[in-house]
Design a binder for this molecule. Structure first.
Ligand SMILES: Nc1ncnc2c1ncn2[C@@H]1O[C@H](COP(=O)(O)OP(=O)(O)OP(=O)(O)O)[C@@H](O)[C@H]1O
Ligand SMILES: [Mg+2]
Length: 256
């Protein structure tokens, strides 16, 4: 991740000491002066942020500071009202996302696991839920079936294949939501409070799983209030608003 150095008092992201893996590598995600307001209430204010492929970035900030909104922006669910967002060099905007091929590709490459699994799951069967994304990508039914089987096995939820998502426990829903995203083999995973509501065993499993994703080069952007997750996974922090962070760990500050 790279970010321009700005004066301490401005509202832009401030990049401190960390040496990115390759300072010269092009940013996969690039927000420039990105502004977004919900109902005219400014929520993302002049955000400058660069995230390189393979980075694991943790967003930390108070309730209502804008973490989920930022993840939505990265996934192309809300758009810059001023400034810009480029993914892999291509502008992501209301206009470009009207192009179906482009929006499909963005949704395939940037997966989003919602804070609330119920907002993500809508099919009658877990297997259909996981198949939904690959089908949207236009894959053959043979390939869709293979991805469903592989993802069920990867997340150790094969036994849930024919269950109704709405009737699962919170932790089971979280695994299914993760499976839905992974079945599309995205480059970037945006995870919103992934550990919330999970028991100790499932937390341990998910932390290990995030390390595996990191090891295979996935880009992770995670919003969390969980200090241990942040400590374990983050290459960089994005402190949103006046979040207290580690002054000595690599970070940028947005919405300050
Ligand atoms: N769909 C929406 N419509 C209107 N306002 C919204 C919407 N979603 C979020 N907001 C507002 O935008 C602000 C930022 O919300 P957001 O969900 O991004 O915060 P957050 O940092 O993720 O908080 P939390 O830690 O509680 O999850 C809040 O004031 C919230 O009320
Ligand atoms: Mg949130």
């Amino acid at each position: 991740m790279q970010s321009e150095r700005h004066d301490r008092h401005d509202t832009h992201a401030r990049h401190d000491s960390r040496t990115p893996g390759s300072p010269s590598s092009p940013a996969l995600i690039e927000l420039d002066d990105f502004c977004f307001a919900w109902d005219e209430v400014p929520t993302l204010r002049h955000v400058n942020l660069r995230i390189c492929a393979g980075d694991a970035v943790v967003l930390m900030g108070d309730n209502g500071s804008g973490k989920s909104t930022l993840l939505r922006a990265l996934c192309g669910l809300v758009f810059a009202q001023r400034g810009s967002y480029r993914f892999d060099g291509q502008e992501v905007s209301e206009r470009t996302m009207r192009n179906q091929a482009f929006s499909k590709q963005l949704h395939q490459r940037v997966g989003f696991v919602f804070q609330d699994s119920d907002a993500q799951l809508f099919c009658a069967r877990v297997a259909d839920e996981i198949a939904f994304g690959p089908r949207q990508m236009g894959l053959s039914e043979t390939e869709v079936a293979r991805r469903v089987d592989d993802t069920l096995a990867l997340l150790d939820i094969t036994a849930l294949r024919d269950r109704a998502p709405y009737a699962l426990s919170g932790g089971e829903k979280k695994r299914v939501a993760l499976a839905c995203v992974l079945s599309m083999n995205p480059d970037v995973l945006c995870l919103d409070e992934p550990l919330a509501g999970l028991d100790r065993r499932t937390r341990t499993w998910l932390l290990g799983f995030l390390h595996q994703l990191k090891a295979v080069g996935k880009t992770l952007v995670i919003a969390t209030h969980d200090q241990s997750l942040a400590d374990e996974v983050a290459d960089y922090f994005v402190y949103v608003g006046d979040a207290q962070g580690y002054p000595d760990r690599p970070h940028v500050r947005i919405n300050a």
